[in-house]
Design a protein around this ligand. Structure first.
Ligand code: TXA
Ligand code: MG
Length: 326
């Protein structure tokens, strides 16, 4: 091996044309580059290159069975990798580019590394809206596999410094595009399930379920999450976990706990995801605040209740996983 990911120096690239070209060049040589998307930072590698994809798993310490999302700059290029029916075209016309990932039947001969799909006959596709992600994808000119740019099981990164905190020295570069606007991962919708391609929610995320249902004019199935048999392995019980323990739904914290508040009722909280009770603002702050308030092993983060609607679904999903037994 010519380069050892344990020892390489991670460069910080600027989000200008020179930085984007540099990122694309590294990716073309099979290196890994973390890039900002509007949801979280992704750890990008060439989705057609087995070595690059294997390096993603290695850098994250990620279980091999967990497939990756493939990113493209526009819908036509993304849908060309899959079998897209009418529903897929309607959904992507409404929400791409944006914080939505669609799981579709993989088109045989699509040219993706089998490691990306973990051998499944479906593929997860996403067209991110972030101008830096768009710029890197266009400069690179191919599909990029990109999980969240954090060690497996940890809190997802919403700033370049979060990426470096977890992966410095293990990846070639990070493009610093500032904080991510949405702040939680994309919503994953499957049209590749056993139910004849009817839409099913695999992961609540940055696009509200209500918006998808309104655009489709039909209900989206929300499968009962069976933690023993994760359908999207992001449904593994413990995930997004800080070092401290979490206690959820807390209106009155116990002395000694670190209170992560939400809404005007949490005036005494150490940090407040959104003092006004705005779920979009709370999602954008979630991972950054979880890192900032994390006092380490032995400490307890007490979190205010968050309503189970809109982006609150994604926030509660991530909080429940962060609170799950490790
Ligand atoms: O916002 C996001 O989605 C970010 C940014 C970087 O795009 N990416 C992200 O990737 O969250 P990751 O790897 O952390 O989560 C990908 C999820 C996993 O739960 C994985 O199991 C699921 O997508 N997934 C990927 N391919 C799948 C497939 N063919 N069928 C079902 N689930 C799939
Ligand atoms: Mg992740």
């Amino acid at each position: 091996m010519s380069s050892n990911p344990e020892r390489s120096v991670t460069r910080i690239l600027t989000p200008d044309p020179a930085g984007l070209d540099e990122a694309a060049g590294l990716l073309s040589r099979g290196e890994l580059v973390a890039i900002p998307t509007e949801t979280v930072y992704g750890l990008a590698g060439d989705a057609r290159n087995d070595r690059a994809v294997a390096r993603i798993f290695e850098a994250k310490g990620r279980p091999r069975f967990n497939p990756l999302i493939v990113h493209l700059p526009e819908a036509e290029a993304a849908l060309a990798l899959a079998r897209a029916d009418d529903t897929a075209r309607r959904i992507t016309a409404a929400f791409w580019p944006g914080p939505l990932t669609l799981v579709l039947p993989l088109r045989p001969g699509a040219g993706l590394s089998p490691l990306v799909t973990a051998g499944l006959d479906s593929v997860a596709l996403r067209v991110p809206a972030h101008p830096v992600a768009q710029g890197v994808l266009r400069a690179f000119g191919g599909p990029l596999a990109a999980p969240s740019a954090n060690p497996s099981g940890g809190v997802s990164p919403t700033r370049a410094e979060h990426v470096l905190a977890g992966l410095d020295g293990r990846i070639a570069a990070v493009v610093d595009g500032g904080p991510c606007a949405v702040g939680v991962e994309s919503t994953i919708l499957s049209l590749a399930g056993p139910a004849g391609g009817r839409p099913r929610l695999l992961r609540p995320g940055g696009l509200a379920l209500e918006a998808i249902e309104a655009a489709l004019g039909e209900r989206v199935e929300v499968p009962g999450a069976d933690p023993a048999r994760p359908e999207a392995p992001g449904q593994l019980a413990s995930h997004y976990a800080p070092a401290a323990a979490l206690r959820l739904g807390v209106t009155v914290p116990t002395p000694g706990e670190d209170w992560l508040g939400f809404g005007p009722g949490a005036a005494g909280a150490a940090m407040n995801l959104s003092p006004a009770g705005d779920l979009v603002e709370a999602a954008a702050n979630l991972f950054h605040y979880l890192r900032a308030i994390d006092g380490g092993p032995g400490r307890v983060i007490a979190v205010s209740p968050v309503p189970e609607e809109g982006l609150g679904r994604a926030i509660n999903d991530r909080l429940r996983r962060a609170a799950a037994p490790r």
